[in-house]
Design a protein around this ligand. Structure first.
Ligand code: KMH
Ligand code: ZN
Length: 305
């Protein structure tokens, strides 16, 4: 049976704790969630941090506290969101990498996001990618529409692939403003992937969650699930826990004859050095194989409002 990466995105930045008390919004809750989801079959966790008032934050000490809490409770590969919330400034989003995750999300372009705008201007995308390469953090390229798939090809042509040689992407589908969460949209997205891409997963927001999951499995893709993306397990029935969504993904994978990956296999899929190995040996210098010259990284941005 082929392996199946299940990534859990347990919290997100959009849902209020008051509307969804089962949403993990504290270090203790996310640590427990990580342990439960790993036991259920997840190998990676995509984290958005909340503050003591349960609001989204990019506060550096909280980022570090959450990373430490999840490392303590699980072996999951830790992916920090650099997307944050639609209100987060770009320079703070860059500094997420200071919290030393294994992986980071990296969205390939600006997207209307409901009534808001999820800003990812090209200079920011380039700076974030170069920073991830320098730090040896494995980017997961988030693709919200077809144009972003092509933008990924442009980025890789300019800066090369990560030193580990792996390029992993995630189709985020069904966001109002992005591509729809449908099988034809996924087929088009996969067909347009640059040849350097070595693995891909997909997630469908809201009611598109099941159709996207099944389309992904039918095409040999991986899955992201979690309460960042969906809050009902079936029409009108609230999700009880993130582990419940992971369990459902495992069940769907079983039907498709796919075995959930362990975190160590996920490390390999992302081109990360095995735990305990010498980073410099396994990852070169953490720089791109084909880094373009003169790519100084900006550290401050004007965030248009
Ligand atoms: N919260 C969204 C505006 C990511 O994590 O990188 C952005 C998002 C993508 O969730
Ligand atoms: Zn996210």
């Amino acid at each position: 049976m082929d392996d199946l990466l299940i990534t859990v995105a347990p919290t997100g930045a959009e849902t209020a704790k008051a509307d969804c008390p089962q949403l993990p919004t504290t270090p203790e809750e996310v640590a427990r969630t990580a342990a439960e989801c790993e036991a259920a079959g997840a190998a990676m966790i995509h984290i958005h941090v909340r503050d003591a008032s349960h609001q989204p934050t990019l506060d550096q000490s909280l980022l570090r506290e959450w990373v430490a809490a999840v490392r303590e409770s699980s072996s999951l590969i830790i992916q920090l969101s650099t997307g944050g919330s639609v209100h987060d400034p770009l320079d703070e989003r860059l500094r997420v990498l200071d919290a030393e995750p294994d992986s980071c999300s990296l969205t390939m372009g600006t997207t209307n996001f409901g009534d808001d705008v999820f800003l990812n201007p090209w200079p920011f995308v380039k700076d974030l990618y170069q920073l991830a390469l320098e730090r040896g953090v494995a980017p997961e390229f988030e693709l919200f529409d077809l144009g972003q798939v092509h933008a990924l090809g442009r980025l890789i042509r300019q800066y090369g692939t990560p030193a580990g040689g792996k390029v992993h992407v995630d189709f985020v589908m069904g966001v109002p403003g992005g591509m729809p969460g449908t099988a034809p949209a996924l087929v088009a997205g996969v067909a347009a992937l640059p040849p350097e891409v070595t693995s891909w997963s997909a997630t469908g927001i809201g009611r598109s969650t099941l159709s996207v999951a099944m389309a992904s499995l039918s095409m040999g893709g991986h899955l992201r699930v979690g309460m960042e993306d969906v809050l009902t397990i079936s029409r009108g029935v609230p999700v009880e826990s993130n582990a419940q969504l992971v369990e459902r993904a495992v069940d769907l994978g079983r039907i498709a004859q796919r075995t959930p990956m362990k975190p160590a296999q996920c490390r390999e899929l992302l081109g990360l050095a095995p735990v305990g190995s010498d980073f410099a040996t396994a990852q070169g210098h953490g720089l791109a194989q084909d880094m373009a010259p003169g790519g100084a990284i900006a550290t401050s941005y004007e965030t248009p409002r």
